[in-house]
Design a protein around this ligand. Structure first.
Ligand SMILES: [Mg+2]
Length: 194
């Protein structure tokens, strides 16, 4: 009785989980952008990389370029992977100066997860969905938007717990979704979520 009752329910649950995963589950989950190897991405056929800024590369609203960051962008360039910084920040002048100092294209303010910003970035990179990856710290902007267009999506843990007030609210829903997907065995390994 119990087995029969649970069968259809489990199947329905699996369908829900897989449906949800297709929208919000990243292909990779890393602790930091510095755990992402551009040469490995290139081997996977990636030629262009869309990179978030706040809490992906730097602490929210701080746009200081570090040596480690410069080296990471240099390695990507050397590997033949072009980068475009795409940020929803409203501080366009800061983000543009930040991107220029890293020698990267940029789009700011963007409207992630809407597809227009991702498409604009791919036009600048000269790439398309199948050879572009996106790296970011937010499921409902970076990953959702990337998955919707069929990009390779890489979730990283936030650089800092310091966040914009709205983002703090979104994080609660994000944590629930990630735990649900992890419990279903749908999250990629590597970085544990908080
Ligand atoms: Mg971010």
């Amino acid at each position: 009785m119990l087995g029969r009752a649970r069968g259809p329910s489990a199947s329905g649950g699996d369908r829900v989980a897989k449906g949800l995963a297709s929208f919000v589950c990243p292909h990779e989950y890393r602790r930091s952008v510095y755990d992402v190897d551009a040469r490995e991405l290139k081997r996977r056929g990636i030629d262009g990389l869309i990179v978030d800024v706040d809490n992906t590369l730097v602490e929210w609203d701080k746009h200081e370029v570090t040596t480690q960051m410069e080296e990471w962008f240099d390695k990507a360039r050397d590997a033949g992977v072009s980068c475009c910084i795409v940020s929803n920040s409203t501080r366009a002048s800061k983000v543009s100066a930040f991107a220029r100092s890293l020698g990267a294209e940029f789009i700011c303010p963007a409207t992630k997860p809407l597809p227009s910003s991702f498409r604009s970035a791919m036009r600048r990179l000269g790439t398309h969905s199948s050879n572009t990856a996106v790296i970011g710290d937010q499921v409902f902007t970076d990953i959702l938007g990337g998955n919707a267009l069929g990009l390779r999506t890489i979730l990283v843990q936030p650089v800092s717990p310091r966040e914009f007030a709205w983002t703090r609210l979104i994080r609660k829903a994000e944590r629930l979704v990630l735990r649900y997907l992890k419990a279903r065995g749908l999250m990629p390994g590597d970085a544990p979520h908080n």
